[in-house]
Design a protein around this ligand. Sequence first.
Ligand SMILES: *[C@@H]1O[C@H](CO)[C@@H](O)[C@H](O)[C@H]1NC(C)=O
Ligand SMILES: *[C@@H]1O[C@H](CO)[C@@H](O)[C@H](O)[C@H]1NC(C)=O
Ligand SMILES: *[C@@H]1O[C@H](CO)[C@@H](O)[C@H](O)[C@H]1NC(C)=O
Ligand SMILES: *[C@@H]1O[C@H](CO)[C@@H](O)[C@H](O)[C@H]1NC(C)=O
Length: 433
Amino acid sequence: MASSFQYLLLLLLLFFFISPSSSAKSSFRPKAFVLPVTKDASTLQYVTQIRQRTPLVPLNLVLDLGGQFLWVDCDQKYSSTTYHPARCKSALCSLADASSCGDCFSPPRPGCNNNTCSVMPDNTVTGTATFGDVGQDVVSVQSTNGFHPGRTVAASRFIFSCASTFLLDGLATGVSGMAGLGRTKIALPSQFASAFSFPRKFAICLASNSKGVVFFGDGPYVLLPDVDAAKFLTHTPLILNPESTASAHSQGQPSSEYFVGVKSIKIDDKVVPKINKKLLSINKEGFGGTKISTVNPYTVLEASIFKAVTQAFIRARNYTRVGGVAPFEVCFSSHNVGSTRLGPAVPTIEFVLQNNVSWSIFGANSVVQVKNNVMCLGVVNGGDKPRTSIVIGGFQLENHLLQFDLASSRLGFSPLLFWRRTTCANFNFTSAA
Ligand SMILES: *[C@@H]1O[C@H](CO)[C@@H](O)[C@H](O)[C@H]1NC(C)=O
Ligand SMILES: *[C@@H]1O[C@H](CO)[C@@H](O)[C@H](O)[C@H]1NC(C)=O
Ligand SMILES: *[C@@H]1O[C@H](CO)[C@@H](O)[C@H](O)[C@H]1NC(C)=O
Ligand SMILES: *[C@@H]1O[C@H](CO)[C@@H](O)[C@H](O)[C@H]1NC(C)=O
């Protein structure tokens, strides 16, 4: 045994000796990865693409910032020579925080194996969850030096969950699952960080109607014309919600989503009065607080906060209100609204965060032109007693670089990149040959 093993090692060494190109490839240490993100025009979901399986298949996946892990539909067309189910009670199952274990009474295939542990893949758009086998397969992504994409790199045993086809209901056409970037050990950022020894950091930069970008690993995060957006970050602590916000979960599980501490809201530099401070913090049951979400297309405010903010916004310039245009309730005549480099010249909304730093939202991220001469505040009413009081949604995140530093539990956010004469659509996706 020992000698044949040594012989195999020797052969491997020889192999590397005589094929320097593949030896160079195997010793290549990527510094970071990059994924493209586009916005689906009909659902307003942000869709990214990765390649998985052997042979590799490109998969479109809805990007879920707070999602727990990668889940894909394994019922349709999953064929791979490198799929491995996670055996019950294995280290893999505990890493995945798998809640249950079981058998499958159909012919074996990815997503249906005996003695396999399962988790609860969650369609966070519709709030539907189901059981799904934990498995591993090859995932391939592009590395980057921060300026443009480089070599393609494969993670050979990337952990994910299988799901049934019905879990795709409500997701953009052509999508086969969701890519969770949340704060679990098996979400994409932590798996990439541990597999490739990256710092536990990632960044998202969403664009409105062209290709935005997600970076895994540290900066630089360079956008044309040569602007390193990592240089313009302001930091605020990330807050852990001790109670899971997933559609289904076991008790005492913390949330995988990213919360920040909004202390007050200002409009044109004036604090919005009458905001119940209790709603701004997370209570013992995990209600309240402020999270950042890529599955909500627009910011959602609890009813009383919605009322206070929208009133202050309208009154700041005495706008003439007109009827709402779904999903927006607060619309006004845009007849006299000028335009600036930062979008329509409307009042600035400011989230004052922990550390007394402000996230300013200008016209480009606050109002939506719904028709000629009618503009709406791009914020929706979350009703009474929602789980989370403020959900900062996709439209408000666009053209800002947000870096999540998991090791030090803080968020770095850039100002609207238009200030720096660039946008999130400006990553150079042309790879160096
Ligand atoms: C699981 O085991 C049962 C009982 O031995 C068997 O009938 C079934 O076909 C197996 N399922 C799979 C997917 O291997
Ligand atoms: C808005 O209208 C009120 C009452 O008509 C007036 O007192 C106030 O100065 C106006 N504010 C602005 C910003 O035009
Ligand atoms: C917070 O910052 C603002 C402006 O940067 C400043 O005016 C204010 O005094 C600060 N508040 C505290 C409590 O430090
Ligand atoms: C994008 O990157 C490629 C590869 O490095 C380079 O050849 C090209 O000039 C870059 N494009 C721009 C506009 O800088």
